[in-house]
Design a protein around this ligand. Structure first.
Ligand code: UTP
Length: 506
């Protein structure tokens, strides 16, 4: 840890001496924690970071039309599609994925370092329970899906394979996540195959390039964005760990998508089959102004462009069949080879773009009073995980069905979209569809048949409530033998025990 003199010198060289302005008032303990925090800041980087943040605000003009003329859609030959492919092709990709999984060549990596400010709970988002009949949290659902895919590969290839789960956390999420996993017995996974690591934090800066103090002895710090992944991979020797275990392919995903298909064999298989070093799952954009990033090429290089970065006319461009030209909505589900990641961290990490977010950051004023700003006063600089697409030599996109694979939890209930209610409904609607497709039907509590509905809108509950444990089915497979011609009383929770009972009644 730095001495006071060293800390002073470090801050002074970066124009940040104000961080020590309350020193005389601090207790010994408070002084230690402040020195500890300052010790973590690398002097050169601190200077550059504060300057870049202040400069970025004045440059902030997004949709200035500069990008539009340079954008082109992903060429069709580099897109795979669940919707447009026949069963046999999907089967070939899925088989390839399961083969790779069976050989322990596939791992998953969860991005779980975010602060979840919009959802507004005090614990990590992965610990959120959206109110499913089982009461499972996002972390538990994901842990169970991993085990199910392993089982599918084991059954097909007569092996005992492992999909390692890397979990990137941050100062906010590491402690509670570790505790949650321990308290829950790692949800059945072996702790040696669940590897949690921490991304870096960087200071929030005001519009003059001065770091913001959130307490008299505490700098306002924030994680460096989900693109902080690449530095965190190096800081924590994750690529070495992958190499030691023989992992060649990584499926990276966000914590908040309740429908995420972890280590999806079809996606992995497609990417491997195409020889891709980098891939992204996409969904058809729902409407031109939908605020999702679009995967496209700019000057021949792959990139994700936000709606706010382009003119509305560009977002509305349509192809010959009336489809949106820029329709490949990014859902933060990425495929990377280990070789590609190695190249990124060794050669390109420092070139990753810094995105500027203007935020309301609570701070202590010159008199030491806590102020909660009503309008943005601070700049948080973030890197994005997808900004490495740029460096790919063989990029592919894989189009999947939104209702099957994408329903993120971003906002608290009350917001129109991406809330606990919409997440819960999308999972229940999916499981309802699986039951109907498997030949099952539903009865109400008085044993009266419930009228079937083949399309369920996001803003309504499905006509019958049914949740299927990932231990029973990963993507709807294997349900016919259990459910064909069965009447299920809604609400119905199909867990492993019920599945065994159903098998016995056949
Ligand atoms: P979001 O950008 O939606 O952020 O993250 P968030 O933290 O979940 O929510 P808000 O914006 O504060 O409301 C997308 C994914 O990236 C991860 C999140 O955990 C989520 O899985 N993430 C985000 C990180 O891992 N690190 C970060 O620094 C930021």
């Amino acid at each position: 840890m730095l001495s006071l003199e060293e800390a002073k010198a470090r801050l002074e060289s970066a124009g940040q001496s104000h961080a020590l302005q309350f020193w005389a008032e601090l207790s010994a303990e408070e002084r230690d924690s402040l020195l500890e925090e300052i010790s973590q800041l690398e002097p050169e980087e601190l200077l550059l970071h504060c300057r870049a943040a202040a400069a970025a605000v004045s440059r902030q003009s997004s949709a200035d039309g500069r990008l539009d003329a340079r954008m082109e859609p992903v060429p069709p030959e580099f897109i795979g599609s669940v919707r447009k492919s026949d069963k046999e092709t999907l089967q070939i990709w899925g088989d390839e994925g399961l083969l790779q999984i069976s050989q322990d060549r596939v791992a998953v990596l969860l991005l779980a370092g975010g602060q979840g400010t919009r959802l507004g709970v005090s614990y990590p988002k992965g610990m959120y329970n959206v109110g499913l009949p089982s009461g499972k949290t996002l972390y538990q659902i994901q842990a169970e899906r991993i085990q199910k895919v392993q089982e599918l590969a084991n059954l097909k290839h007569g092996c005992r394979c492992t999909i390692v789960w890397y979990i990137m956390t941050s100062e906010f999420t590491l402690g509670p996540t570790v505790k949650f996993f321990k308290d829950n017995g790692y949800f059945g996974l072996s702790p040696s195959n669940v590897i949690m690591f921490e991304q870096r934090m960087i200071p929030a800066v005001d519009f003059n390039g001065k770091i913001i103090m959130e307490k008299k002895n505490k700098i306002a710090m924030a994680p460096d964005g989900n693109g902080g992944l690449y530095r965190a991979l190096v800081d924590n020797n994750i690529l070495d760990d992958m190499e030691r275990r023989g992992v060649e392919y990584l499926h990276v995903y966000c914590v908040d998508n309740i429908l995420v298909k972890m280590a999806d064999p079809v996606f992995i298989g497609f990417c491997v089959y195409k020889g891709a070093d980098c891939g992204a799952k996409v969904v058809d954009k729902a409407y031109p102004a939908e605020p999702v990033g679009v995967v496209c090429r700019v000057d021949g290089l792959y990139q994700v462009i936000e709606y706010s970065e382009i003119q509305p006319e560009t977002a509305e461009l349509r192809g010959p069949e009336g489809e949106l030209l820029f329709s490949a909505g990014n859902i933060c589900n990425h495929f990377f080879t280990r070789g590609f990641l190695k190249e990124v961290v060794e050669k390109f990490e420092s070139q990753l773009k810094q995105h500027v977010a203007l935020k309301k950051v609570p701070f202590v004023d010159g008199k030491g009073n806590l102020v909660k700003p009503t309008k943005p006063n601070g700049i948080k600089m973030e890197k994005f995980v997808f900004d490495v697409f740029h460096f790919s030599k063989k990029f592919v996109a894989f189009e999947v069905l939104r209702e099957e694979e994408f329903s993120p939890l971003k906002n608290a209930d009350g917001a129109p979209l991406d809330t606990p209610t919409t997440a819960r409904r999308s999972l229940l609607a999916q499981h309802y569809r699986w039951v109907l497709a498997a030949g099952g039907s539903f009865l109400d509590e008085q044993d009266n048949p419930i009228t079937q509905k083949h399309s369920v809108a996001l803003n309504e509950d499905p006509p019958a409530i049914c949740e299927i444990s990932p231990f029973v089915s990963y993507f709807g497979e294997g349900l016919e033998k259990l459910l064909q011609q069965k009447n299920l009383n809604s609400p119905f929770l199909l867990d492993e025990n019920k599945a065994k009972n159903l098998l016995q009644t056949i």
